[in-house]
Ligand binder design. Structure first.
Ligand SMILES: Cc1ncc(COP(=O)(O)O)c(C=O)c1O
Length: 436
């Protein structure tokens, strides 16, 4: 027994059970998923695809991977004759890299969602003066944006942009866009200019599996999803692709980008995929959305600027500029009240990625604990209470003053009686909804 690590595991388990985990990309994987990830499959090297390995001793692993693939296709109602699925990508970002490398020659064009409007780094994020990601160093990236007034995507504008840019790949998929994407329209836009359409549904995977969000599979050429968010599996990714693209995507994952797949993770993904077929999971997916909408409605009624006025899915994005509150201050105050959210960029943000103007909250993890509308109402009240307590505390503009301010403010929050009182109420609620 490694006592140092055991202590940390116990401390993290305690923390996860005593707080409201409201980061939209997080969830609680089941004990069965965790057991599979901690299994002896971690000992095995298995480069290559099932039945075509570069190592001996893979008969059981082959069975595992084939089972995982068939469960993945089954969950989303896909025919093996039409769709391939790669279960080996180590996570969402390498999965996107593998897809792009398989479909495009270096230097070809990609049209993808702008990061501050809710896109993801792995879709080729770059600044005007810096190629931040490997994807942006290799390929030619253009971004599409939300509309300034509605903060929604205007598909006519994206279509006009696609005609001008003529990308080889159109990517949708976001981390903070609270509305459903029109996959049919996006696929039509892509195909009308001869591009592939990649739907990155990392955030919505479980909602799509449970029927709470629309499926992209009728329209997209490639669908990528991480397995650890709403899908409630271990950290990993699935790449679904039309049959004619599957071999090049498989080869892009291995040997182009990765080495041996993490078979223990694949075992955990297979367990999560089976769990997601249950009626209980379907009810869960719908409750995730109902809970997020309940929170959003409460915040709108309380006068906050909820981006797009609500949500279709598991996340709510709040622009704090309308009440002149600092997202950094609010996120840290919430943490001291045992409520864990992200500070996040919002459309047309005037801040930076470290000090953005919004907070992003999600319901996947708290819904896994069994919380419903009644609890959402209490949680929304506590969040509003925290915002009111700290909204006049302003982050200094100047860098040195800011560092001193951060240390001082965290100390003050740690001794803040009202934040501590809310933390106590949160803890009591968490006790009623244990993490299983
Ligand atoms: C839309 C989207 N794509 C890709 C990723 C990358 O996944 P990972 O963190 O597993 O690399 C994320 C993760 O947040 C995401 O939200």
């Amino acid at each position: 027994m490694d006592t140092s690590i055991s202590r940390l595991i116990a401390a993290e388990a305690k923390r996860q059970s005593e707080v409201l985990e409201m980061i939209p990309s997080e969830n609680y994987a089941s004990e069965n998923v965790r057991a599979a990830v901690g299994s002896v499959f971690m000992n095995k090297y298995a480069e290559g695809q099932a039945t075509k390995r570069y190592y001996q001793g893979n008969s059981v692993v082959d069975e595992l991977e084939l089972l995982c693939k068939s469960r993945a296709l089954k969950l989303f109602g896909l025919l093996e004759a039409e769709w391939g699925v790669n279960v080996q990508a180590l996570s969402g970002s390498p999965a996107n890299l593998a897809i792009i490398a398989a479909l495009l020659e270096p230097g070809e064009k990609i049209l993808s969602m702008y990061l501050p409007d809710g896109g993801h780094l792995s879709h080729g994020w770059q600044l005007p003066d810096k190629k931040v990601t490997l994807v942006s160093k290799i390929w030619d990236i253009t971004f599409y944006h939300v509309d300034k007034h509605t903060r929604l995507f205007d598909y006519d504008v994206i279509e006009a942009q696609a005609r001008e840019v003529k990308p080889k790949l159109l990517i949708s998929g976001g981390t903070a866009y609270p509305r459903e994407i029109d996959h049919q329209r996006m696929a039509n836009i892509a195909h009308s200019v001869g591009a592939y359409y990649l739907a990155d549904v990392s955030h919505e995977a479980g909602l799509i599996a449970g029927g709470a969000n629309a499926s992209p599979f009728l329209y997209a050429d490639v669908v990528m999803m991480t397995t650890h968010k709403t899908l409630r599996g271990p950290r990993g990714a699935l790449i679904f692709s039309k049959k004619e693209l599957s071999t090049s995507i498989d080869q892009s994952v291995f040997p182009s980008i990765q080495g041996g797949p993490h078979e223990h993770t694949i075992a955990g993904i297979a367990v999560a995929l089976e769990e997601a077929r249950s009626d209980a999971f379907k009810a869960y997916a719908h409750q995730v959305v109902t809970n997020a909408q309940t929170l959003a409605n409460h915040f709108v009624s309380a006068g906050l600027d909820v981006v797009t006025g609500g949500t279709d899915k598991h996340l709510v994005l709040i622009d704090l500029r309308s009440i002149n509150a600092s997202a950094w201050v609010v996120a840290w105050a919430l943490e001291y009240a045992n409520i864990i959210v992200n500070r996040n960029t919002v459309p047309f943000d005037t801040g930076s990625s470290i000090y953005p103007s919004g907070i992003r909250l999600g319901t996947p993890a708290i819904t896994t604990r069994g919380m419903k509308e009644e609890e959402m109402k209490n949680i929304a009240v506590w969040i509003m209470d925290v915002i009111h307590l700290v909204k006049d505390i302003q982050l200094p503009e100047e860098k040195v003053a800011r560092i001193a301010f951060i240390t001082k403010t965290k100390k003050e929050f740690a001794q803040h009686h009202e934040l501590a009182a809310i933390a106590g109420r949160v803890k009591a609620l968490c006790t009623k909804f244990p993490v299983l």
